[in-house]
Design a protein around this ligand. Sequence first.
Ligand code: 2M8
Length: 446
Amino acid sequence: MTHPESPVQPARDQEIAQFRAILRSNDRGGYAVPSSRLYPFQWNWDAAINAVGWQTFDEDRAWQEVESLLAGQWDNGMVPSIVFHKPAQSYFPGPQEWGCDDRQPPTTSISQPPVLATMVRRMRARSVDPAVDARLAPIVARLVRWHRWWHRDRDPLHTGLVVTYHPWETGSDNSPAWDEPLKAVPPTARAYQRRDTGVVDGSMRPHKAEYDRFVYLVDFFRDCGFDARKIYDGSPFRIVDFALNAILLRADADLAVLCDDLGMRDEAGELRACHARSLAAIDSLWCDALGRHVSLDTRNGRRLEQHTHAAYLAWYANLFQRAGGTARSAALQGGLEDLLQSTRFGLASTHPRDPGFDPRRYWRGSVWPHINWLVAEGLSEQGLPVAARRLRDDTLALVRAAGPFEYFSPDSGEGLGGPDFSWTASIALILLAGSGSGVSQGAACA
Ligand code: 2M8
């Protein structure tokens, strides 16, 4: 702990002030945009991370971030990937392309990795508001409806694993893991105008071939009238993303505890049943030969074996609690060590040995601060503090040297993508406030 009069303290205070100022400048009134020109709306998992960032200095504003996101929830429970609270021209595709411009507020028709319940549990544990549970009750009720939507609409055959229909829904949009399944998606035949490459250099963004397919899928969902069964049966892209399923598993356990705490016993039981089924099912994604879990293309049963950051979320999801878990955790630690040693800064989102690796192009190799933090949280919780420390230290080193960019080159440390990025500032605030989740996984999954 730093002594109050130590010369380090003013520098730290200055840093904290800088990161707070980024959140404040990206605040559009109850929600923060990820980066003002590149992403001028509220994104789902960004909002969850930003809420934790806000809570380091403004708890009321933190809960507003959550409430604003949940205001976009659909009647079927889905919490969309983007809530278009106010119009802005600098982003494509907007609410009209999604076919959701008549909703209030307008949204997309897909979701994003459900980290929110885990973040809300953490926020409750750190709350200084004596009336927090009154504020939480409607939030938790909405979270329960969202999780039900995942298990019902995205797992209609009750396999225990949820599917996703769009790379944007995974959050790791152009990961090499999606290259193969994306080949089954026809490129759109219609003209469209990208906006992202007008804001950041095209070498840091997905290729046109990927966007042609991203747009095809957006149109396909709209043309299906957002009918859950039609989309499940007909979507040319239908994958089980290991990262998203691991995040949901963890979030189900955390939401069950929140339900217990608020006296929602039936909901807690329902979530624990989902959790138990998913925990058994996710085992099928483990690959002994690789020593890690992989994703799955459910259209053809093929495993998506690219070495990406996703596998390292297994600790965060507490997947090694069962028989044989210790050996698997050791195998995964070997993979992590190898990935960390392969670049100057960890955690590269794709291993440099993977043919799809590109250190500057978005999810094909760059380091993402929020992924580092989630992985580090899992490592700490599972008693692996050395690797956790390495990830936290690398993250702060990158942000300090290059500034709070969207992502970073794992080789040069160059800041890439959007500048003054909200969740990067949030992660820096969280790391500077001290590590540890304040959440015990053992209690969650008991
Ligand atoms: C990126 O995704 C959006 C689409 O949702 C885009 O590229 O236009 C991803 O990095 C995603 O994970 C993130 O939530 C979003 C906003 O930061 O940007």
